[in-house]
Design a protein around this ligand. Structure first.
Ligand SMILES: *[C@@H]1O[C@H](CO)[C@@H](O)[C@H](O)[C@H]1NC(C)=O
Ligand SMILES: *[C@@H]1O[C@H](CO)[C@@H](O)[C@H](O)[C@H]1NC(C)=O
Ligand SMILES: *[C@@H]1O[C@H](CO)[C@@H](O)[C@H](O)[C@H]1NC(C)=O
Ligand SMILES: *[C@@H]1O[C@H](CO)[C@@H](O)[C@H](O)[C@H]1NC(C)=O
Length: 228
């Protein structure tokens, strides 16, 4: 530590800053969401002052300078002109001391480091204690492909796809019917998983339909299957 910060600390102690009670707390340091969902960044502050606070929420993205998205000043909430404008706000009235931020219909590019800062005119604070930081990660819908080659009628059955990430899990299934072994053409089943809880849309093409037979079997046992 250099001479200057040390002097600043001594000065802060003299001014009684060390016993400050203005502090920002966050419910968690990382929040995960799936595109399209609402997300809440939980934050609140403690203060012994009854004065109205000055609150700002900033977003710091890796590829840009930090910018303000929301403020509370002189009792007025102001949503800044950013792409988040129609989708953000304080979850509760600021005077409850709960300054949690909500973001509706999250997009992947909302990801970044969110910082809330609180200042109260007659309440002092320790260095950095009046700032809360929460990282938001918005996850893209997953995409996966199951490729089946050398189709045989034994490969008919129900295929289940499960996608999992830190935001939760989603499941989809597709029933595959193979009607003939006359050809070794491939069948490709592609699954696009939408937002959490929504079932996936499945598209698949089957070629060379000759005879007709039906058999159920667990697809995972097939050696020829290739899961990408
Ligand atoms: C503030 O609100 C958030 C979101 O509802 C909640 O998780 C948190 O517990 C609240 N904080 C306090 C101190 O009540
Ligand atoms: C955000 O979503 C909630 C719940 O759907 C809704 O009540 C609220 O009006 C929305 N707020 C904004 C700013 O879009
Ligand atoms: C939050 O993101 C920043 C910048 O990407 C990173 O340096 C920091 O380690 C992250 N913090 C957590 C708790 O993940
Ligand atoms: C498909 O069948 C052909 C001919 O029987 C064989 O040579 C090839 O290895 C098989 N492919 C797979 C992925 O099993």
């Amino acid at each position: 530590m250099g001479a200057l910060p040390r002097a600043a600390l001594a000065l802060a102690a003299l001014l009684g800053v060390s016993s400050a009670v203005l502090e920002v707390h966050v419910g968690t340091s990382s929040v995960f969401s799936v595109e399209g969902q609402q997300v809440v960044l939980p934050a609140w502050y403690t203060s012994r002052s009854q004065k109205k606070p000055y609150v700002t929420w900033l977003l710091d993205k890796e590829d840009a300078d930090p910018f303000q998205i929301l403020t509370y000043l002189d009792g007025v909430v102001k949503v800044e002109e950013t792409e988040l404008k129609p989708r953000v706000g304080f979850l509760y009235p600021v005077l409850t001391h709960n300054i949690s931020l909500f973001i509706n219909a999250t997009r992947e590019r909302d990801s970044g480091q969110y910082m809330c800062t609180v200042n109260v005119v007659d309440d002092a604070t320790g260095t950095g204690k009046n700032v809360g930081v929460i990282n938001l990660t918005v996850l893209d819908p997953a995409r996966g492909t199951l490729k089946l080659t050398n189709l045989s009628m034994e490969m008919s059955g129900l295929y289940v796809c499960v996608a999992e990430n830190r935001a939760g899990s989603a499941e989809c299934s597709v029933a595959l019917e193979v009607h003939s072994t006359a050809s070794t053409k491939a069948v490709i089943a592609g699954a696009v998983l939408g937002s959490l809880g929504a079932l996936a849309t499945i598209v698949f093409f089957a070629c060379q339909v000759v005879g007709y037979r039906r058999k159920k079997r667990d697809g995972q046992e097939e050696v020829a299957n290739e899961i990408k």
